[in-house]
Write a protein that binds this ligand. Structure first.
Ligand code: ATP
Length: 343
């Protein structure tokens, strides 16, 4: 096990500042997720940690040691890519054994290690097959087994589940998490999928434009977003934002409810909500519309559990409310969190 630290790490491709001064420190055995939209620099950061890309500036430490000048194979990391990069002409056994052979592990030790790694992912029966004879989920397990066989100090995973269909992805996510907990290897996992990030990460680093906007537990980044970018990127639908004199005030769709659906009438910000459309999602309904009164024509969304019995109807204006403690304030210029003020 080891920690990973980046100190003011940068990568510039000509004018493109793909990674623009990132300071991160993982904890020992932690599952850290790098989350952000396409092009925010997640993969480039991961590739620099792996040693596949040279930083333009800054330092990378693994287990407390600066590794900038170490080649990938000397970094005690294992990386799994989106494509899995399995060797198509080799059987599963040889795919998993490959890094051991490359490392010069004595021949007699190889079968035992391959079986151990295959056993972790329940693929012992597939060792004689070629990758093309496997399902997407099985290929993914082979790629993971190949990554763990060397017992690396750090796992670097780049969207390893993105080739799986939605159902398989959910079970693969669960498997991956259980596996990581069991072996306790520090893991950095790249994704643009917030559901995956929230479900897997001990902490999430939310990236945008080559920078880390916020790092925290899934609950911290969701409940206490550091800026309007994080507030908007996490949550589906995203946080509602209203403009008041020098700031923006935000609230989550699930906190914006019919007034009478709130437990207590105290401490509420009351708003008139004109509902234009209702979308049924099964367990929830999404109510689209706009505010009237103090915030005319501001578009907002309410997410109502189907257990809420207050009648709601498209075409009507109804009394809705948000608890004041669920309001979040952001500076209008910088987008950063700011202190609460009267609305
Ligand atoms: P995605 O989720 O789409 O993979 P990402 O967050 O992983 O995106 P990166 O792949 O790290 O983003 O790319 C960050 C930025 O750097 C992008 O603007 C990309 O076009 C640019 N970039 C990445 N690699 C190179 C390269 N080799 N040469 C020039 N620009 C590059």
């Amino acid at each position: 096990m080891a920690t990973v630290e980046t100190r003011d790490v940068r990568k510039h491709f000509g004018d493109v500042h793909a990674v623009d001064g990132v300071d991160l420190t993982t904890k020992e055995g932690e599952f850290l997720v790098l989350l952000g939209p396409s092009g925010c620099g997640k993969t480039t950061l991961l590739r620099m940690i792996a040693g596949l890309e040279d930083p333009t500036g800054g330092e990378i430490l693994i287990g407390g040691q600066v590794v900038n000048d170490l080649p990938p194979r000397a970094r005690k990391i294992a990386m799994v890519f989106q494509s899995y990069a399995l060797y198509p002409h080799m059987r599963v056994f040889d795919n998993i054994a490959f890094p051991l052979r490359a490392q010069g592990v004595p021949r007699a030790e190889i079968p035992h290690k391959v079986e151990w790694a295959a056993g972790l992912f329940g693929i012992e029966k597939l060792l004689h097959r070629k990758p093309r004879e496997l399902s997407g989920g099985e290929r993914q397990r082979v790629a993971l087994a190949r990554a763990v066989v060397r017992e690396p100090a750090v796992f670097l995973l780049d969207e390893p589940l993105s080739n799986l269909d939605a159902k398989l992805r959910a079970s693969a996510r669960d498997e991956l998490q259980q596996f990581q907990r069991r072996i306790g290897t520090t893991t950095i996992y790249v994704t643009h999928d917030q559901v995956e990030a929230m479900g897997l990460g001990d902490r999430i680093a939310v990236m945008q434009g080559g920078k880390v906007r916020q790092i925290g537990t899934p609950q911290e980044v969701y409940d206490e977003p550091a800026d309007t970018f994080v507030a908007g990127f996490l949550g589906s639908p995203p946080m509602n934002l209203l403009e008041i004199p020098d700031c923006l005030v935000g609230f989550r769709p699930e906190h914006f409810l019919p007034k009478e659906a709130h437990e207590s009438p105290d401490g509420l910000l009351a708003l008139k909500f004109h509902i234009s459309r209702i979308e049924y999602l099964g367990a929830d309904r999404l109510l689209y519309g706009a505010l009237e009164g103090k915030f005319p024509d501001t578009k907002v969304i309410s997410k109502l559990a189907s257990t809420v019995s207050t009648p709601v109807q498209p075409g009507k204006t109804q009394d809705f409310a948000v608890r004041e403690k669920d309001l979040r304030f952001f500076d209008r210029e910088t987008g950063r969190r700011t202190r609460p003020r009267p609305v």
